[in-house]
Design a protein around this ligand. Structure first.
Ligand SMILES: Nc1ncnc2c1ncn2[C@@H]1O[C@H](COP(=O)(O)OP(=O)(O)O)[C@@H](O)[C@H]1O
Ligand SMILES: [Mg+2]
Length: 278
């Protein structure tokens, strides 16, 4: 049996998590089977695409051992606490929390799953997110503890699976779709990233990672295909500088796709609400 004090602190934390979650209208988990396919890029740019549509948005960096959101937004400050609550960083108008702000630069975090889950719980229970339209959780690759914890505690209503068109990534994305189904996340969408590279010199398109893998996968599993994002050198350069491309180069093809995905998802929620009302 659990020690009564432990049980009480668990119950208190659960209560605080429920309070946080109840104030966030839509919760999106971004994950994939494979690393380096663009989860963090998609999480960050989608957050600002929602922001551009006038929604209040937050990003929860749930990649505890490889937190990249702070870098992609050039947030280097230390965390501020107020009345035992962590104050999320505000960057370009969106809120953000990342383990990177709690770690000395370059230091690895060697933690087993339960410790990583504990931090995610704290990011929900003890961060003052306030009222939000969207909270996006950026997850590490694979189907490990982080996604289980996010599914149980944040209760996402939309899973966005990121894949490149390449078979090795699509196979892993298949696992991620099945995971989302098992976790009973009500809506699942696939984003294909790094689909085609337009040569900045001659304009020819090179399909570096192949083409169409994400769309085919979505059709096979009967989930929503949300869009194909090309490879754009500026997307990489800007992300290294901490500036989301969707804010910096709003008319680039990459930004246009991000904005269309955000508009689609927002419309989806509106329709959902209508069907609940009738
Ligand atoms: N569409 C794209 N065009 C150019 N670079 C991209 C694109 N998507 C991601 N990248 C770059 O690829 C790298 C890996 O992306 P990232 O979002 O960190 O992947 P993940 O979170 O899945 O590990 C980053 O340097 C990022 O800037
Ligand atoms: Mg990442």
């Amino acid at each position: 049996m659990n020690h009564p004090d432990k049980q009480k602190s668990y119950e208190d934390e659960q209560k605080r998590i429920s309070e946080t979650v109840s104030k966030i209208k839509h919760r999106i988990a971004v994950f994939s089977g494979k690393g380096g396919v663009g989860k963090t890029t998609v999480s960050v740019n989608l957050a600002y695409a929602f922001q551009l549509e006038g929604y209040s948005t937050g990003i929860l960096d749930a990649d505890i051992t490889g937190p990249n959101v702070a870098k992609m937004l050039n947030v280097q400050d230390e965390m501020i606490y107020l009345d035992e609550k962590m104050i999320p960083f505000e960057k370009y108008g969106a809120k953000m929390i990342s383990m990177a702000s709690l770690l000395p630069h370059g230091q690895p975090l060697i933690w087993r799953g339960p410790m990583r889950s504990k931090v995610i719980n704290q990011f929900l229970a003890d961060v003052d997110w306030g009222e939000l339209d969207y909270l996006i959780a950026d997850l590490p690759p694979g189907t490990g503890d982080e996604i289980l914890t996010i599914a149980q505690e944040m209760k996402p209503d939309y899973a966005i699976i990121v894949t490149t068109p390449q078979e090795v990534s699509v196979i892993d994305a298949e696992r991620a779709i099945n995971m989302a189904k098992k976790l009973e996340i009500p809506f699942i969408g696939v984003v294909e990233n790094m689909a085609g590279f337009v040569c900045p010199h001659c304009g020819a398109v090179a399909e570096i990672f192949g083409a169409g893998g994400g769309e085919k996968l979505a059709a096979e599993y009967d989930v929503q295909f949300l869009g194909s994002i090309p490879i754009d050198i500026d997307a990489r350069i800007l992300s290294d500088k901490g500036k989301p491309i969707v804010l910096e180069k709003q008319n680039s093809e990459v930004s246009i796709v991000f904005k269309s995905i955000a508009a689609f998802v927002a419309e989806h929620y509106k329709k959902e609400l209508l069907t609940k009302l009738v």
